[in-house]
Design a protein around this ligand. Structure first.
Ligand code: OOG
Ligand code: MG
Length: 262
């Protein structure tokens, strides 16, 4: 850790204000160029603590920057992790208020819901699959609080990996009843295809995102509790949206997720 307690608190103030009021801020590493990844997570953990203290419920966690398309789009080449609360959830077919966001983008992701605790540095894909109640299609709406959506890994971590909203839909399926590597995904905006891909784009298998998440948690002596909702990361690059846009993400053999921006 390089940040003093005072600097950490100040950063949490600034980032939380930007998240709550949808305004941009400079990258946190501009003011604190010495910040480490650990410092980034310290800010994120403080945000999580404050949001829970004010009444939000933790629903789960997410892996981000887990596909080459996402990494190339952001110019950041290692995964990041973030937390998800109840106020970020919107129902299938939701109308999302564009003015509550800065410059949102949507991502098609395979989400997992677990039924057993996962922990430790040696977690495997098989353990993740055995601990999965079901997998379900999801669309994440990300919204970096940094100017022009330009970020670095540490700043993005301090901004809770750009988390903003998420929508699940389609059909829950058993994790072993599908080949999650070859599940195809098509993202449409206003009826026009924007991007396509398959599950293997995420670390060769979306469950690997959860393996990495559990390893990350182990560093903080945390576990992934049973009943967690986990988004494994955008399969394709994220698609920018504006007011009036309709999004449909179609997942092979899993159904589709729709949302629109008003
Ligand atoms: C970081 C969050 C990435 C994903 O699915 O890759 C993310 C960002 O690109 O702003 O949620
Ligand atoms: Mg995402």
């Amino acid at each position: 850790m390089t940040l003093s307690a005072q600097a950490l608190n100040k950063l949490a103030d600034v980032v939380l204000h930007a998240q709550d009021h949808a305004h941009t801020i400079p990258k946190v590493t501009l003011e604190h160029p010495q910040m480490s990844i650990e410092d980034g997570y310290a800010v994120q953990h403080e945000l999580r603590r404050r949001r829970i203290l004010r009444g939000e419920r933790l629903i789960g966690l997410k892996g981000g920057l887990t596909s080459k398309a996402k990494m190339d789009q952001m110019g950041v080449h290692s995964p990041s992790f973030g937390f998800l609360t109840n106020i970020m959830a919107s129902p299938e077919n939701a109308a999302i208020t564009f003015s509550s966001m800065i410059h949102p983008r949507v991502e098609a992701e395979i989400a997992f819901v677990t039924n057993r605790e996962l922990g430790g540095p040696d977690c495997t894909i098989d353990e993740v699959l055995a601990a999965t109640e079901y997998v379900i299609p999801a669309v994440e709406v990300i919204d970096s609080r940094f100017e022009n959506f330009k970020l670095d890994l540490i700043s993005a971590i301090a901004d809770n990996a750009s988390s903003c909203r998420y929508v699940t839909g389609g059909r829950p399926r058993g994790a072993r009843d599908l080949d999650l590597r070859t599940v195809g995904v098509v993202i449409e905006k206003n009826g026009v295809i924007q991007a396509l891909g398959a599950g293997a784009a995420v670390l060769n298998h979306p469950a690997n995102s959860i393996v990495m998440l559990v390893q990350h948690l182990a560093k903080y002596r945390e576990i992934l509790p049973a009943g967690s909702f986990v988004m494994t990361g955008g399969i394709t690059e994220a698609i920018p949206v504006k007011a009036g846009d309709s999004i449909v993400a179609r997942f092979q053999d899993m159904g589709s997720v729709s949302l629109h921006f008003v």
